[in-house]
Write a protein that binds this ligand. Structure first.
Ligand code: PMP
Length: 376
């Protein structure tokens, strides 16, 4: 029985899975940590200095809800140049997570169905439940391809929204232009909202990122600085889409987050002028390193983006684990910290490996994983 003051809403999901991993991690002395969902480089120095200067020059008050004009205008110009849509507004959110919550609050009515792809980012299903929506889950195993026909078949009169994320957390899957075009079309043909979480947009290793907004001008895009510039603690993101939707999201932001932190918005303005390509190239090499290290002993769909790999755990009588969760407990006994796939999925068969780590850490992790796959 929960405490009588706690809402049904809060009780409709739980966070115990992730908490358990972090509790285990805190007890480890020298973990090989391949569980982290943020880059291993720091915020570029010029952006750090810009935030420090903003604080020093007393830019510490509330920003306007829609964000400081220099940041908003710079992003708006970029978006306009890319899409040339007649009706596309943009504002600054408190991180991508903030933008996601505002989108749910602004669009989803109780009982509305929201389509998500399994596996998906941990926050998606809880967010849908927070607004009393119903998650409709589309399985994408084993290759994590986005099948627009499966989406079409899942659409009912109650479908409000499709939550799309490419490159994806936890799989690293980067959808092809054809897949993106197809899902954009299905949403448009059925008059269903399409939300594209593009936080890993800059981390594409084999082909340029494609946004469904290119093919569907009603797409709501949520993006942020957290991953691209390693600013996860700064809480700055942005959202762009049809002005009527953006207007409602802004209204909710005004009475909840109020604004994204002002000094860090100034840091983000500076960050936009910094070329992050060296880091992306470095991460492509890390992707190649992890794939080369695991390919012959794990089923692994080669990730095209983000900084995650999502291999299947070997199962059978020769192994002392019955599912991926038990595999993770064994890995932790070997000092390797990874995340069980069931945190992101209705299946308990895969593990998430983050290669946002030093090459030395990646190599140590590969060594443990290879040893475990060969365990008799
Ligand atoms: N979307 C996805 C797919 C993510 O992986 C994350 C961070 N792990 C977020 C959103 C949230 O990012 P932010 O720090 O901008 O809130």
């Amino acid at each position: 029985m929960s405490h009588p003051w706690i809402s049904d809403r809060a009780m409709s999901f739980d966070a115990s899975g992730i908490r358990k991993v972090f509790e285990l991690a805190s007890k480890m002395t020298d973990p090989i940590n391949l569980s982290i969902g943020q880059p291993d480089f720091d915020v570029p120095p010029a952006a750090r200095q810009a935030a420090i200067d903003a604080i020093g020059s007393k830019k510490n008050a509330y920003a306007m809800t829609q964000g400081i004009a220099p940041l908003r205008e710079k992003l708006q110009q970029q978006v306009q140049a890319e899409f040339q849509h007649a009706d596309r507004s943009l504002f600054i959110t408190s991180g991508t997570s903030g933008g996601l919550l505002l989108a749910m609050m602004a669009m989803v009515n109780p009982g509305d169905e929201v389509i998500v792809f399994d596996p998906c980012f941990v926050m998606y299903e809880p967010l849908i439940k927070l607004v009393h929506g119903t998650p409709v889950v589309i399985d994408t195993y084993p290759d994590f391809k986005i099948d627009a026909e499966k989406v079409r078949a899942a659409i009912t009169p109650k479908t409000k929204l499709i939550l799309f994320n490419s490159p994806a957390n936890p799989t690293g899957y980067a959808a092809s232009e054809d897949e993106v075009r197809a899902i954009a079309k299905v949403a448009a043909e059925n008059n269903v909202a399409l939300l594209s979480d593009e936080i890993y947009r800059m981390f594409c290793y084999d082909k340029p990122h494609v946004s469904p907004a290119k093919y569907n001008d009603q797409t709501l895009v949520i993006d942020g600085f957290s991953k691209s510039y390693a600013m996860t603690g700064w809480r700055v993101g942005w959202a762009h889409g049809p002005s009527e939707i953006i207007e409602q999201m802004l209204k909710v932001q005004q009475y909840s987050f109020v604004c994204a932190p002002q000094p860090f918005q100034w840091g983000a303005v500076e960050a936009m002028d910094i070329d992050m390509q060296v880091h992306i190239d470095e991460y492509r090499q890390k992707r190649d390193r992890i794939v080369a290290g695991l390919r012959d002993c794990y089923e692994l769909a080669t990730p095209g983006g983000a900084f995650y790999a999502f291999p299947e755990v070997p199962l059978g009588p020769q192994y002392p684990w019955k599912n991926a969760n038990e595999f993770v407990l064994k890995a932790i006994e070997n000092q390797l910290l990874i995340i069980p796939g069931k945190i992101f999925s209705h299946r308990d068969t895969h593990i998430r490996i983050s290669y946002a780590a030093t090459n030395q850490t990646i190599d140590r992790g590969i060594e443990v994983l290879r040893r475990m796959a060969k365990a008799k």
